[in-house]
Design a protein around this ligand. Structure first.
Ligand code: HEM
Length: 505
């Protein structure tokens, strides 16, 4: 659409909003003053937005309110406030924003992360929670352990493609755990479709922070396909077909195996067997799309955490060496660590906590939509507001974590009373809050532990050196607007002496 038409449409919309907007029924939480009508739209830079939000948190306190075209955006900057609202008032704080482009036109509403707080959400969430408890995840340990050495070997054979290897590791693992599908080559059809879709979701559909013009001006969804400016509808048709293929191909393959008796035990087989002969169309839809949701939710998060861990190791060689000394002492040099070693590796545990804290992988989580007007600490929070847990600021709380920008696993070594320990544990907030909290958190936490343990045991990850012997400092850039994922940087990855033998290099 031509710029002039767009601006005119925005102006008319803003005017309609202004005229139809009733005055707030109480005092709104404080926040930076926006422009008339359009509100704080210019404050929402897509680059490292969490830094701006943290600045507002410092200036205005635990709850910050801004608005864009009349829709409230509320940032909860303190974990206790987030628990008060998203946990304790979960019945009104668990909806998701209605996204016309991503949800309606591209078919994202079948993916649970986008679904509103409705029956479909509740049914699929129940399925996922049942399949992702710490007890059930124990059954996946052999699978997780099986994928580790191939991952390390791929990493060593082409270190500069480390992001691709992590993506392949996360994809392989998820396809196996969810569909019982064993990836045997880079050309695997399911893997290719899934990777292409994850890319479309993260970089095309969500590339601008999920908001398209049609989300602000929903009547544009009725634009005829031939009309100027209808390009987004053509894109949506293409992307919807891709997302449907992504959900269908691995599931149909699994069903075929189920019918001919060759399916392996996995998320889908467990649920299909439990449903038995009475499985309805709705049951099948729920299994298929909850499986698909987990796949799409696990890729970027895993890449974010593992690449951040690598960055931390490059920048903190003393931490790497201390962890390696612990692993060598406890595990020895004749094998790689496995889950049985976990209780005997306390420093590694501190590293995992610090990686999760320091990274803040999803810095302002995903928006929850408030379903009713609410009043909290004398502030009025209007129905329809998008409510964000400001995880970034929670990880940078100086009282809880002195010198919070520094990467220091030692901060978790202190012997604290149980209550304070729990409060400081980043696992309590980096996965979000309330009824929308990440259902994959136990799987994510355990697979990340194993990957970190194996990488430390087997590899030296350090600063790269150029041809003249000069050390290359990693250039740290954050370009993704949803995940705090460091853009690819230079580093040196090589096997430790005994690991060559262990991996037959
Ligand atoms: C370290 C890795 C991960 C981190 C840091 C993470 C973090 C998050 C966060 C912050 C949210 C938003 C919660 C909210 O709205 O309050 C979320 C949602 C979600 N995550 Fe994760 N996640 C990770 C890995 C995974 C994995 C491996 C899976 C699947 C197996 C998964 C599945 C989901 C799903 C399905 C949702 C949407 C939940 C809903 O809308 O109700 N995540 N995650």
């Amino acid at each position: 659409m031509e710029l002039g038409t767009t601006l005119l449409a925005c102006f008319i919309l803003a005017l309609v909003i202004k005229l139809s907007r009733t005055a707030p029924k109480g005092q709104l939480p404080p926040g930076p003053k926006g422009l008339p009508l359009v509100g704080n739209i210019l404050d929402l830079s897509l680059k490292e937005l969490w830094l701006s939000i943290a600045k507002w948190a410092r200036n205005y306190g635990d709850i910050v309110y801004i608005h864009v075209f009349g829709t409230g955006l509320v940032f909860l900057n303190d974990a206790e406030v987030a628990v008060d609202l998203m946990d304790r008032k979960g019945s009104i704080y668990s909806d998701r924003p209605h996204l016309v482009m991503a949800g309606e036109l591209c078919g994202g509403y079948n993916i649970m992360s986008f679904t509103g707080y409705n029956d479909q959400f509740r049914r699929q969430r129940r399925l996922m929670q049942r399949a992702l408890t710490p007890l059930v995840i124990k059954n996946y340990h052999p699978l997780l352990e099986m994928e580790t050495v191939p991952f390390l070997k791929r990493l060593l054979s082409k270190p500069e493609s480390y992001v691709d290897h992590i993506r392949r590791y996360a994809g392989t693992l998820t396809l196996n755990v969810i569909y019982g599908h064993q990836v045997t080559s880079d050309d695997d059809r399911c893997l290719k479709i899934a990777e292409a879709c994850a890319d479309v979701l993260a970089n095309d559909i969500a590339g601008g922070g999920f908001l398209w013009l049609v989300d602000v001006l929903p009547f544009l969804r009725h634009l005829p396909m031939w009309a100027p400016g209808s390009g987004f509808k053509h894109k949506a048709i293409r992307w919807k077909a891709q997302l449907t293929e992504f959900a269908t191909v691995p599931y149909d393959e699994f069903k075929e195996k189920m019918e001919n008796g060759t399916a392996k035990t996995c998320y889908c087989s467990t649920l299909v067997e439990a449903a038995g002969k009475s499985m309805t169309e709705q049951d099948e839809f729920d299994i298929k799309y909850s499986a698909n949701t987990m796949y799409s939710a696990s890729l970027d998060t895993t890449i974010t955490v593992v690449t951040s861990f690598m960055l931390c190791m490059v920048q903190n060689p003393d931490v790497r060496m201390k962890a390696q000394a612990e692993i060598d002492r406890v595990v020895g040099k004749d094998r790689l660590p496995d889950f049985n070693d976990r209780p005997s590796l306390p420093y590694l545990e501190c590293i995992l906590s610090e990686v999760l804290r320091w990274t803040a992988p999803v810095p302002y989580a995903l928006p929850h939509r408030l379903m009713e007007d609410d009043v909290y600490r004398n502030y009025f929070i209007p129905k329809g507001s998008f409510v964000f847990a400001n995880i970034w600021s929670m990880t940078r709380n100086q009282e809880m974590y002195p010198n919070a920008d520094a990467f220091s696993p030692e901060r978790f070594e202190a012997d604290l009373d149980e209550e304070l320990k729990k409060k400081r544990d980043p696992k309590n907030f980096v996965f979000g809050f309330g009824r929308r909290r990440c259902p994959g958190m136990y799987l994510a936490e355990q697979s990340t532990w194993l990957l970190i343990a194996s990488m430390l045991a087997a590899l030296d990850i350090q600063k790269a050196v150029d041809d003249k012997g000069n050390v290359i400092e990693p250039q740290v850039r954050y370009e993704n607007s949803v995940f705090r994922m460091p853009a690819p940087f230079k580093m040196d990855i090589r096997p430790r002496e005994h690991a060559r033998r262990l991996m037959n290099l």
